[in-house]
Design a protein around this ligand. Structure first.
Ligand SMILES: Nc1ncnc2c1ncn2[C@@H]1O[C@H](COP(=O)(O)OP(=O)(O)OP(=O)(O)O)[C@@H](O)[C@H]1O
Ligand SMILES: [Mg+2]
Length: 332
């Protein structure tokens, strides 16, 4: 089969990114312009500022991605862009740019679901990985346990009923004074502590998650006792949420008789979570997660997911719009 080159564009939150991916698996370039330093002073992403920065950066990021990949616009087979979920103004920058590119180059346009992208990051890091498998999508806005039935077929087995796990990490970090974005900072400090503080776990009679209870417990504990050992608190928080993730993933894996479990999304960069899942290999499970740069938002994962949409004939037209709350099951 002829090689397929996809130009991917990601702009759903505060990263402006463009990537060229060959055959869905080989990253020729992945340029990521992060706005973290800009939003840090506000303690979180300011949507309007994010959109403006995407507009300022997108052309430069696309040009650099082509330059790094050493190819030209004429070598691309299709343009894929994230059209949801995400911040509407931020998404619209990438969607509009991708439409203009597709129209002017006479190349197909592919709308890509950002969460499909997080899952597809695993295809780049692990060329041997193929559906079916289970995937825990743990990111800033999502906590989904997903059955990946095929490259473009997804079933949600469980999801958070309140906060996303990444939000909980960020909130805990903010309350104990670690700053934004909190996940990596909690990860680092937890390595110096012991998980010796008991925190609540919320259980439902299905595979749904809840993280608002544990988040509130950490906040209350810190307010009542500001001298509490922060490293121990981080380690205890990480252990409690990880126990829940492992428990749910195992229940689903046993129920479906699936032996392959992948992690995806920004929180899957967490070293404790990765190690705890790796321990399941002793029980005969195969564990996958993307390399750190592919865990958080990047266009490589969007080009990879877009490739599988392309093979499946899921081509968009110029009516493609940004959908801020795009569900994971939607055909993209
Ligand atoms: N090492 C880490 N440990 C824990 N959390 C982490 C780590 N690195 C990043 N994160 C968290 O990952 C989140 C960002 O991930 P990601 O970029 O996938 O989310 P998002 O794009 O904002 O949300 P979504 O993908 O759900 O729309 C943040 O909450 C951040 O704190
Ligand atoms: Mg994301």
């Amino acid at each position: 089969m002829k090689d397929v080159y996809i130009l991917g564009i990601e702009s759903s939150c505060d990263e402006t990114s463009c990537s060229i991916v060959k055959n869905g698996r080989e990253v020729l370039s992945n340029v990521i312009n992060s706005q973290i330093a800009i939003h840090e002073q506000f303690g979180g992403v300011v949507p309007e500022i994010a959109s403006r920065n995407h507009i300022q950066n997108i052309s430069k990021v696309v040009e650099k991605a082509l330059e790094d990949a050493k190819i030209g616009f004429q070598d691309i087979d299709a343009v894929a862009c994230t059209y949801g979920p995400g911040l509407v103004g931020a998404l619209l920058v990438g969607v509009s740019y991708a439409k203009a590119l597709s129209y002017s180059l006479h190349k197909p346009l592919i709308g890509t679901n950002h969460i499909h992208g997080h899952i597809a990051a695993n295809y780049i890091s692990h060329p041997d990985l193929k559906p079916p498998f289970l995937c825990l999508v743990i990111s800033g806005g999502h906590t989904h346990l997903v059955h990946i039935k095929d490259y473009t077929e997804f079933e949600i087995l469980g999801k958070t009923r309140d906060d996303a796990i990444g939000e909980a990490f960020d909130k805990v970090a903010r309350v104990i004074g670690l700053g934004y974005p909190g996940g990596p900072k909690v990860d680092k400090l937890a390595r110096e502590g012991q998980p010796n503080i008991e925190l609540p776990k919320t259980h439902f009679d299905n595979l749904d998650f809840s993280f608002s209870g544990i988040k509130t417990a950490v906040i209350n504990l810190h307010h009542k006792n500001p001298d509490v050992n922060k490293a121990d608190l981080c380690a205890s928080f990480e252990k409690t949420v990880t126990d829940i993730l492992v428990e749910h993933a195992l229940t689903a894996a046993k129920g479906l008789n699936i032996k392959t479990i992948a992690l995806a999304g920004g929180v899957s960069a967490n070293s404790y979570i990765r190690n705890e899942f790796l321990k399941l290999e002793k029980q005969g499970y195969q564990i996958y997660y993307p390399e750190p740069v592919l865990c958080t938002d990047n266009a490589g994962m969007i080009a990879s997911a877009g490739y599988y949409n392309y093979l499946n004939g899921q081509i968009a037209d110029l009516n493609l719009n940004a959908i801020p709350n795009l569900p994971i099951q939607a055909i993209s």
